[in-house]
Design a protein around this ligand. Sequence first.
Ligand SMILES: *Cc1c(COP(=O)(O)O)cnc(C)c1O
Length: 364
Amino acid sequence: MRVFNFSAGPAALPESVLRQAAAEMLDWNGSGMGVMEMSHRGPEFMGIHAEALGLLRDLLGVPDGYRVLFMQGGGLGENAIVPLNLLGGNKKADFVVTGSWSKKSYKEALKYGDIRLAVDAARDGLYQGIPPAADWKLRADAAYVHVCTNETIDGVEFFFVPDTGTIPLVADMSSHILSRPTEVAKYDLIFGGAQKNIGPAGLTIVIIREEMLGRAHPLCPSVFNYATVAEHDSMYNTPPTYAIYIAGLVFKWLKAQGGLAGIEQKNIAKATLLYDYIDASGLYENRVDRACRSRMNVPFFLRDEALNEAFLKGAKARGLVQLKGHRSVGGMRASIYNAMPLAGVEALVGYMREFETLQEKVAV
Ligand SMILES: *Cc1c(COP(=O)(O)O)cnc(C)c1O
């Protein structure tokens, strides 16, 4: 039996994608080989690669003048790869810290140059909002500004594109890329690990404005040098072939969902159902400012934390799994990425209501 899997990542994939991959496991398209067994330079895989790239460009509406790179190293790898590629001469970069992931990015970048906090949104050590962009301290000569547009652990999402003027804007979109339409042209570099909303772990997506290429530090490893990777059409070394194939199937699935505008409507419906229930309930709460509550990752707390274990146990018995919050935040977290159907959120809300009613009866 398939469960409703609320994991923050690696996360649930569309069932139809997994079924197709299973059917093609031993013999892809009459080739007599599985995708994992193919040369990355053979015509079969070159076709899979080119199709996946094209679908991604198409879904996101990536404009001319941008390169889409399929890389490895994950989001954390990019925390070093971005400064190695972009810091340039004066080595200045400013970081907008709105949660655990941007904080990690900031700390990693400190190794590479003159790195400053543009703002740290923590309130009593917790990340629950985004300070207005007008309050960020940006240096006009910074090589770039880093933001994380969906904080996976804290459940904080940007619903605006920060206007950084002429300073290049870098965004870690690991956990909400492809969840809604995105104005790629307003960013200079977008990166994301695939394992939240796209496909298997091991594939990292980078979308970069061409003018940003060619600024890498001489010690930047060639496999992580954006210009080198772009020059070789993401085939400088062996790419994560199977992950790219699965991502391609997910991109096709997304097109069938009505593209990013279509999936956004579904994501809004799921998030609204869950947040509305949480806000109306007496047992659960979400503490993030309403204007920036994530549609992908919904952290919530039981007002009586002593009930956490019982809540998780009952959820598991109903096929609702991986709901435990990140250890740094506690409580619960429901990650409801593209592949989570509305029925999964309905089942979760149904269970939360049942659990709440049970507590009320116990209290009487
Ligand atoms: C998961 C995640 C990362 C880290 O990704 P890895 O692939 O584990 O390196 C970075 N940033 C965000 C926003 C994430 O959600």
